[in-house]
Design a protein around this ligand. Structure first.
Ligand code: 5GP
Length: 123
């Protein structure tokens, strides 16, 4: 796994060097609107610690950080009015996962029927 790049865009958001449409923050977690939304609600949830991907987060984060992260996901879904009709979470990891930003993040998508999980790919 590659090492953490402190110049990635989400690290800059965490340091306050770049603005974001913040929707949630606590000691361990920040969440903000995706700049290029793929659904009526599209939120990115990130830990404040330096973790490259979900694997890195699972391997290195403390139990407190992991609990805070998933508690925040549930709270945000509730606050955004997604809990009733449902929503989708996605985390892309690495090259095959199509991860663009190398700071672990979870996408929360909702506000409409999202359809099949993956578009059909050519064989
Ligand atoms: P990934 O492909 O790594 O799972 O997702 C990265 C996401 O970050 C993309 O959905 C992209 O639109 C979003 N993104 C990239 N740069 C910025 C930014 O500067 N601000 C915000 N709010 N979102 C960003």
């Amino acid at each position: 796994m590659s090492s953490y790049d402190p110049n990635n865009i989400f690290a800059k958001i965490l340091r306050g060097e770049i603005p974001c449409g913040k929707v949630y923050e606590d000691d361990h977690v920040l969440a903000f609107k995706d700049i290029n939304p793929q659904a009526p609600v599209h939120i990115l949830v990130i830990p404040k610690g330096e973790y490259v991907s979900i694997s890195d987060f699972g391997a290195k984060a403390s139990a407190e950080e992991i609990k805070a992260f998933f508690d925040a996901v549930s709270k945000i879904a509730e606050e955004q009015g997604l809990s009733g009709e449902g929503f989708r979470t996605i985390t892309n990891a690495g090259l095959n996962g199509g991860q663009e930003v190398p700071h672990f993040h979870l996408h929360i998508l909702g506000g409409r029927r999202l359809g099949p999980m993956l578009t059909k790919l050519a064989a």
